[in-house]
Ligand binder design. Sequence first.
Ligand SMILES: Nc1ncnc2c1ncn2[C@@H]1O[C@H](COP(=O)(O)OP(=O)(O)O)[C@@H](O)[C@H]1O
Ligand SMILES: [Mg+2]
Length: 353
Amino acid sequence: METLVETRNLKTHFPILKGILQRPVGAVRAVDDVSMTIAPGQWMGLVGESGCGKTTLGKTVLRFLRPTSGHIYFDASDEIKEEMNSLEESATNTGRLKMLRHDYDLATFSGNRLKALRRNMQLVHQDPYTSLNPRMKIKDIVGEPLVVHKLMPRSQVRERVSEILRLVGLTEQHMNRYPHEFSGGQRQRIAIARALSTNPRFIIFDEPTSALDVSVQAQILALLAQLRADYNLTYLYITHNLTVAESVCDRLAVMYLGKLVEIGPPSEVFNTPRHPYSRALVLSTPIPDPKRKRGRIILPGEVPSPANPPPGCRFHPRCDQATEECQEMEPQLESSGDSHWVACWHPLNSALN
Ligand SMILES: Nc1ncnc2c1ncn2[C@@H]1O[C@H](COP(=O)(O)OP(=O)(O)O)[C@@H](O)[C@H]1O
Ligand SMILES: [Mg+2]
């Protein structure tokens, strides 16, 4: 399968520092061995409770964070990735491997190469109230990336900004206003316009609609669907809301405590979840109710600290079917067709009813 974005064994750990000397005494394993692929034009969903590492994963893929280890590829050919793999396994031509990693592995990028990358990969934050600079006018917020990346002469920026504003359902009249003059939904449109300005190919949305009313949320989702179709965009869409994920995504990844426990077509994750965590999420998903603002996931118990994840299956302390095996042995990844999941030590009763 063709891929646009890929992570291999990606880890992002935050050191825990103690004492006046700030010595590392441990690590928060926010992202802990994540491998996934996103095909061109795909709308990939990423769900999981708060604190599972979704934002850290997104920020690492876009290289706002430096991974602790692992690899990130953007638009790298299968041949190149295979060559890197086999060179790594055989440990022979280390010079060639180093060169390929330098050229293709985003995990190694810094400085100007990161900057160039950002044109193609953009992030839309959860909260447009804090992510838009309150002292900048809309024309500058949306036009800034064009200026930073020197994509066109300054004299043309205004026209391009007005064109992008139209794409997201705003108008020229909005150009000279400030963020506080807009509603939550409009601000999210401004954030989307800013992300679109550089003509990116891949956009990560980090809970873009979770602060919005259901009707406004539906309008934003419709806008994202339209933009994806018109500009052949590829999305990674992070959300708390399984109902939203099921309705818009082509593929769905479920994250628990730094790891992906299941990836597959949303209908399968919903109707025949393979991992007990996915099943618990589905069962705890509230029935859509227009009066509710957010469909937050409510599961009994809390996500354990990623600084000290449970041994064996990470979900075992919260799993009602856990056995001794689950506490000792880490389950391995299995796949079938388009789905991958962390095998469970005890067979799940397949269909949900
Ligand atoms: N900069 C940081 N330093 C230390 N710990 C962090 C940092 N950012 C996130 N974390 C921790 O990493 C874990 C995952 O956080 P996050 O990626 O924000 O999860 P999510 O987006 O799924 O809610 C949490 O335990 C969080 O406290
Ligand atoms: Mg988050």
